[in-house]
Structure formats: C-alpha cells, structure tokens
Design a binder for this molecule. Structure first.
Ligand SMILES: C[S@@+](CC[C@H](N)C(=O)[O-])C[C@H]1O[C@@H](n2cnc3c(N)ncnc32)[C@H](O)[C@@H]1O
Length: 189
C-alpha cells in the first residue's frame, strides 16, 4: 500500500532531505484570510511539520499523519504538539474542527478514496467549516519512487466537492515550478 512508503525511516529521511521549495506560507496565508485566529484545525499528512509550525502561529492546530515515523520525529522536536495518528482515507476520530488543511498529502489516494475522505472531512467539520488542500496539478497518475501520484485539476476537484461544499477558491500555484500545483479552499454547506 502506498501510504506505507513513509513508514520507512530511510524514505522519510530522503523526503526531508529532498523537500524543495516551500509553498506552505502561501497556503497558510490564503487560509488566514478566511479563518479566524485561534480557530481549531486539523492538518492531514503533516510530514516533517513545516506547515504545522506556520499554522500554529495563528490557529489551534492538531497535526496528523499516517506515518508513525514522521509523528515520532516531530514529537521529539516538540513534546507539547497535539498529534494524531490518522489515515486521511478513513479519518477515524470523533474530534471536530473549524478547518482541515493538507499540503500534498492527499496526492496518493485514488479518486474513490479521495471522495470518501472529503465525505469524512465534511462530518468532522463544525458548521461553516473550511477545507484547504493542495495537490499536484494535472490529470491521470504517475509513479514516483514506488509511490503513485494522482494529479488533479479545477474540474475534477469541483466535481468531487460541489455537492457538499461551496468552493471559495480554486487556484493554480507553484511548489517547484509555475502552476505545478492546485489548491482548493471550500466551505462546508
Ligand atoms: C509528500 S508528503 C507531504 C508532507 C507535508 N505535508 C509537506 O508539505 O512537506 C505526503 C505526506 O502524506 C502522508 N500520507 C500519505 N498517505 C496518507 C494517508 N492515507 N493518510 C494520512 N497521511 C498520509 C505521508 O506520510 C507524508 O507525510
């Protein structure tokens, strides 16, 4: 299963070494324009935790990941962090949040898994809650380092979300190069 890729110490070390430019500040700023300070929020697939740190400056953040390796690494560095071991495909928690955020963490899911994840996120959100997720831009899938990457564009994201969310923003942005990514900001109906 793809998600197990990051259960491996070496793969995690390689990811941390490789992580290129960081687009998290832009995404956190976009969210900040629509979400009150000190709102509660859940980050999915936090990885090394760069965005978790930025989000924590403004919001009450709970970090999460499917990989215990990433969670344990982060725990060593911040013993007071609020962290959950969560699979974004199923989101088995009874906690609720004002917002849910991810940066390139839902990119390994099939369309069916992503649609189910959005339904679970809807259930975990408080009234009028927000989601903000960033994906690689495009269509179809590719294999990269034993991982499947699933690409998304404005149309397929809108199609998956529009029944239960109002789309607030759906924009291309850059992680490594101009327009290589797309983020969606949407509000629970
Ligand atoms: C490409 S990394 C991105 C990490 C981080 N968000 C960043 O911007 O650097 C993908 C992250 O998603 C996590 N992940 C992959 N599949 C997941 C799943 N089903 N549920 C939760 N986390 C998952 C991985 O463990 C990893 O931390």
């Amino acid at each position: 299963m793809d998600a197990n890729y990051y259960e491996n110490e070496q793969n995690v070390a390689n990811y941390i070494k490789f992580t290129p430019a960081h687009d998290g500040a832009l995404l956190v700023d976009v969210l900040g324009e629509h979400l009150e300070q000190e709102s509660s929020m859940l980050e999915l697939g936090m990885g090394p935790g760069k965005d978790y740190k930025l989000l924590s400056e403004r919001f009450r953040v709970t970090g999460s990941d499917f990989s215990r390796v990433f969670l344990e690494r982060y725990r060593k560095h911040d013993s007071s962090a609020d962290l959950l071991h969560l699979d974004a495909r199923t989101l088995e928690t009874d906690r609720t949040f004002d917002a849910i955020f991810s940066n390139k963490a839902l990119i390994h899911m099939s369309r069916v898994e992503l649609q189910k994840s959005f339904a679970r996120q809807h259930a975990l959100l408080n009234d009028q809650g927000l989601i903000l997720h960033s994906f690689w831009y495009g269509a179809g899938e590719s294999d990269f380092n034993d991982l499947t990457l699933v690409y998304h564009n404005e149309n397929d994201l809108a199609e998956m979300l529009e029944r239960s969310f109002d789309i607030v923003a759906l924009e291309r942005h850059a992680k490594m190069s101009e327009g290589d990514s797309v983020y969606v900001l949407a509000r629970k109906k």
